[in-house]
Design a binder for this molecule. Structure first.
Ligand code: NAP
Length: 515
């Protein structure tokens, strides 16, 4: 009997035992930096000989792991293995597939500190953010495992005389799973486990910025007993093998989370049929955001300021749900700006192996350069009131930056920056607040702060985002508590961690038998 799903609690690192375990894990992971990782295809190591390195953003010359890169040849090998494995896996008892995920969740609990440590080194997450990422990955395994048990139950249909009818859910085929680096454990595990538990087989291409964390998932699934060929690990450059995987005529679906540019490219390429293709490829694409918080004249300004700073600068602003624009009513504008500057200036920044640092480095040089460029644009578009500079001498550090007096259509109010930069926009009244809140091409998360019930009710109707939060921060969605996904150019609104999610990886078959 499998118990009810419960969210995995996060660790408290003020407890000396947890602190010691995390320090030990950091030391252990560091001792693994010289490791060279093969691809895993059909349950076996494959070495392409074409290597790339995963580096520590906080200490840019430090190599965290060296990986063999998949080319077209290895993708073809993985596709063959996945096609063969699909013939058995599709008929594998769905209950057993669900149990396998729940076993994997337990293995991940055992390796929790180690996984956290990989993320600290590979993505410069602080301890708490890294542990929340692992807790979410455990939740996905536990939740989707149970969801498969539910979907395996008899589905309700209306009876008709003289016939026996049933509808069952069957898998799609071989899918490509393409995650980002910013939730290197949770998102990779969530998309991969959903695809597998539903009976599909997978080519997993981790982000080139976080392959070590991805490799742990491969090891965990193998330890849990996944049959060979069901999950194939094919790291490599998205720009080199991404199109090939997406366009492959045997690819049945693509589960992608990442930027709008890449998501739209995948959607376009997947829509064109390749020679020999006999299906419409399904695309699940969760993309970028330009998430905002609205602070109404009747808000608790102190609470709104704390939530804005946490949403804007947690994990260096590199969450798809991060607050990058705040719309503040003119009546409380100055007070709010003073408060966010005061709170931001208290944030600690540095190497996150040291738990006293709240913010670490941004992911890589391209990101550092792009964020720095936006800061320069922002300085011309408004008034810099915090941060505004970076230092990439050792790692890719950027100070938490706030720019006020930004026009709603300014570049930094419209484009996803994906870094610690917050645009503050002054608005007058509820009409303007809602109009500005909705004036981007995205629609992922948003928050509304007010004590006024009528205005709150209006925000609930009009604020067009997939995840709307009232009087709290706009980051921190929990599995099966806040099913997650966005509108418009934020993607296909898949609602990861929700009860509709697994159906994206399934098709329904209705069987009617004459009695
Ligand atoms: P990205 O640059 O779009 O990369 C995402 C993944 O796509 C990586 O594995 C990348 O591989 C791969 N890729 C790149 N080019 C490809 C191509 N032509 N074909 C197939 N795959 C390709 O995004 P990112 O920088 O990793 O992640 C940040 C973005 O993700 C932000 O925009 C953020 O908002 C978004 N995000 C959205 C959600 C959500 O739920 N909506 C959640 C998290 C993040 P390489 O690493 O090898 O380039």
């Amino acid at each position: 009997m499998v118990g009810k799903f419960r969210n995995e609690p996060v660790l408290d690192f003020s407890i000396p035992e947890n602190k010691k375990k995390m320090e030990d894990a950091l030391a252990y992971v560091k001792s693994q930096f010289t490791r060279e990782y093969p691809l895993r295809i059909n349950g076996e190591d494959v070495k392409s000989g074409n290597l790339f390195k995963s580096c520590n953003p906080a200490n840019k010359d430090e190599v965290v792991g060296t990986f063999h890169r998949a080319g077209k040849k290895e993708v073809d090998m993985a596709m063959d293995a996945a096609l063969t494995a699909f013939e058995d896996w599709k008929y594998f008892d769905p209950e057993e597939r669900g149990i396998l995920l729940i076993k994997a969740a337990n293995i991940m609990r055992r390796r929790r500190f180690e996984l956290n440590a990989w993320m600290v080194y590979e993505t410069s997450k602080n301890w708490v953010e890294a542990d929340a990422d692992t807790a979410e990955a455990i939740d996905f395994l536990d939740f989707y495992g149970r969801e498969m048990l539910r979907l395996n139950e008899r589905q309700p249909l209306t009876d008709t005389a003289g016939e026996f009818n049933k509808m069952i859910y069957i898998p799609l085929g071989v899918g490509a799973v393409i995650p980002p680096w910013n939730f290197p454990n949770a998102i990779l595990v969530g998309m991969t486990s959903a695809a597998i538990v539903t009976g599909n087989t997978v080519l997993l291409k981790p982000s080139s910025d976080s392959p070590c964390t991805g490799y742990c998932m491969m090891e965990i699934m193998e330890e849990a007993g996944i049959p060979k060929g069901v999950l194939n690990f094919v790291p490599g450059s998205g720009s080199e093998i991404g199109d090939y995987i997406v366009q492959h005529h045997k690819t049945r679906f693509i589960a992608f989370t990442g930027s709008m540019e890449v998501g739209l490219r995948i959607n376009r390429l997947a829509a064109a049929t390749s020679e020999g293709q006999i299906w419409i490829k399904r695309v699940v694409a969760e993309m970028g955001g330009k998430d905002g918080i609205v602070v109404d004249s009747e808000a608790d300004v102190e609470a709104a300021a704390s939530a804005t700073v946490a949403s804007a600068f947690g994990f260096q602003g590199q969450k798809c749900s991060a607050c990058s624009r705040v719309m503040v009513d003119e009546s409380i504008y100055d007070k709010f700006c003073d408060l966010i500057v005061e709170k931001t200036n208290k944030l600690t920044i540095g190497d996150t192996t040291d738990p006293s640092n709240y913010m670490g480095a941004v992911i890589n040089k391209a990101s550092f350069d792009s964020i720095s460029k936006y800061i320069e644009i922002g300085k011309k578009e408004g008034m810099l009131i915090a941060g505004g500079e970076g230092d990439d001498s050792e790692g890719y550090y950027i100070k938490p930056t706030i720019i006020k007096d930004i026009a709603p259509d300014a570049v930094i109010a419209q484009e996803e920056i994906f870094g610690p930069v917050l645009a503050v926009i002054k608005v007058k009244g509820m009409d303007e607040a809602m109009q500005v809140a909705n004036n981007t091409i995205y629609g992922l998360t948003g928050a509304f702060f007010s004590r006024n019930k009528a205005k709150t009710a209006r925000a609930k109707q009009e604020f067009h985002v997939g995840n709307l939060y009232i009087n709290r921060k706009c980051t921190g969605a929990l599995v099966d508590v806040h099913p997650f996904g966005g509108f418009n150019m934020s993607g296909t609104d898949s609602k990861a961690g929700g009860r509709d999610y697994l159906q994206l990886f399934l098709q329904a078959k209705t069987i009617s038998e004459q009695l």
